[in-house]
Write a protein that binds this ligand. Structure first.
Ligand code: BES
Ligand code: MN
Ligand code: ZN
Length: 499
């Protein structure tokens, strides 16, 4: 997998600064706020920069770059603006300004006594992500890493800070978070000929070494459990359908939070086949499962004091002689029958069974499901916000607070019984599409049928945010890892024992 750039922390010491090669970034809380002891020409260059119009246009979290700065051997001096009272997203954006520009030589970050330095380090790591597994020629030296992974040769990153030990400790959880986000991004970026259902399950099984309990349910087992809705989606594929259960038990006897993810490793639409244009993007249709996996990784790495169970339904939606047809009627594990109007509305069939299984087996305290479920949510919210649907106002509010704190866009959309008439079936208990109006809501109403009323439940439709069309504040173009940080925050805020 792609590992975050290594960051080390040392004591603030600008003696010898003039002789350092590579890049230097300096965190400043405002014009003229400079660490003492900078080489005189450098200080003068900085003061000129502070007086410029270019600097006045720099927003918190952004940077101004001086190339080949006077008095320094370094190739560049990046002046990064971050007020001392800046919020977490701004501090991470400041780090991203640095992380977007790492070279193959060392980058030194002069953080002085800045209180936001740990968040800067996290933002730097997140933005420096690169998925290079399939690039034969690397932009740097192309050094091969221990696990055979080739990546751009990147220089080390060193933070200089007044309190390096405190900073290193504060950054440890951020390093766990970055690893989890990278795990999710890698999964979403992988092509479907590599990330088959079996390969996905193997990557999850490998997380046993982090102390997670991981179990893989195969097709025979799913058949025994009655998961006909999920199995019907995968029956046209050569890759076997699987449900993977990951458990982190750090919270004693508490009932767990359940995270449920849609893991369609490729969505052709099935017999209701999608048009060719853009179909290659459906490698990301396992994005919900990818986020669940990334969160479980974070919880294990930071040894969270909470009980969380992650369940993912891994299937491939292919057209074939054995594939399900429009008009088929299947019985879900819950017992409700479903008329399959459109085989491209497959995610809800997968989730119906995994949601029901999660409740039957674990009696969770709450459930969050994540899915690249509908194109309609992109029409509603674009790529800036995921859609939130919930049967519980307090739980929805907690998710919105967590998402805001982490700088991930999330917007609540309504549920309501009135939408159910769109998914009433003439022949079965329910049908799997509700027509064009409110497509994301009728999808959520469908899921709602498979959630017990007493269980606080939230559904996150991440179709627009999992693989945005351009880079974001903290990610280069490609998979964003949206949701890993929000859910980790939710666990901290609502499910973790303190102390
Ligand atoms: N995986 C798609 C949704 C999707 C669309 C994700 C675009 C990411 C980007 C989902 O399985 C799907 O095909 N949904 C259909 C539902 C329809 C047939 C009711 C859709 O949104 O068109
Ligand atoms: Mn589909
Ligand atoms: Zn899909």
């Amino acid at each position: 997998m792609t590992h975050p750039v290594e960051i080390s922390f040392t004591a603030m010491n600008v003696a010898g600064l003039a002789e350092r090669s590579g890049r230097i970034a300096i965190l400043v809380s405002g014009a003229g706020r400079l660490p003492t002891g900078l080489p005189r020409p450098t200080r003068e260059a900085l003061m000129r920069a502070f007086a410029s119009d270019a600097w006045k246009a720099v927003k918190p979290g952004k940077a101004l770059e001086l190339a080949f700065p006077a008095g320094l051997k370094a190739d560049a001096l990046q002046i990064v603006l971050l007020p001392k009272d800046a919020d977490v997203p701004a501090a991470r954006a400041a780090g991203a300004s640095i992380g977007a520009k790492l070279g193959k030589d060392e980058t030194l970050v002069l953080a002085d006594n800045h209180p936001g330095a740990a968040e800067v380090a996290l933002g730097l790591a997140l933005r420096a992500y690169e998925f290079t597994a399939y690039k034969s020629k690397k932009s740097g030296d192309g050094a091969e890493g221990e696990d055979g992974a080739t990546g751009t040769a990147r220089g080390r990153v060193t933070f200089m800070h007044k309190d390096p030990e405190v900073l290193a400790r504060a950054s440890a959880d951020g390093a766990a978070l970055a690893e989890g986000v990278f795990f999710t991004r890698d999964l979403v970026n992988e092509p479907a000929n590599v990330l088959t259902t079996s390969d996905f399950a193997d990557r999850l099984l490998a997380m046993r070494e982090l102390g997670l309990e991981v179990e893989v349910l195969d097709e025979d087992e799913l058949e025994r459990l009655g998961m006909r809705a999920l199995l019907a989606v995968g029956q046209g594929s050569e890759s076997p359908s699987k449900v993977v259960v990951m458990r982190w038990n750090g919270g004693g006897e508490e009932p767990p939070l359940a995270l449920v993810g849609k893991g369609v490793v490729f969505d052709t639409g099935g017999i209701s086949i999608k048009p060719a244009g853009g179909m290659e993007e459906m490698t990301m249709d396992m994005g919900g499962a990818g986020v669940v996996a990334g969160v479980m990784r974070v919880l294990a790495l930071r040894r969270a004091r909470a009980n969380v169970v992650g369940l993912v339904g891994l299937v491939e939606n292919m057209p074939d002689g054995r594939a399900q047809r429009p008009g088929d009627i299947v019985r879900s594990m819950k017992g409700d029958t479903i008329e399959v109007i459109n085989t491209d509305a497959e995610g809800r069939l997968v989730l119906a069974d995994v949601l029901w299984y999660a409740q039957e087996r674990f009696q969770p305290a709450a459930i969050v499901d994540l899915a690249t479920l509908t194109g309609a949510v992109i029409i509603a919210l674009g790529h800036e916000n995921a859609g939130l649907f919930s049967n519980d106002d307090a739980f929805a509010a907690a998710l919105l607070v967590a998402a805001r704190a982490e700088g991930e866009g999330l917007w609540r959309l309504p549920l309501g019984d009135a939408y159910d008439k769109q998914i009433d079936s003439r022949l079965a208990d329910i049908k799997n599409t509700g027509g064009r109006p409110a497509g994301s809501i009728t999808a959520a109403q469908f899921l709602n049928r498979f959630v017990r009323k007493e269980t606080p439940w939230a559904h996150l439709d991440i179709a627009g945010v999992a693989l945005p069309p351009s880079g974001t504040a903290l990610a280069p173009k490609g998979a964003s890892g949206w949701g890993v940080m929000t859910l980790d925050r939710l666990v901290r805020d609502r499910f973790e024992k303190q102390g």
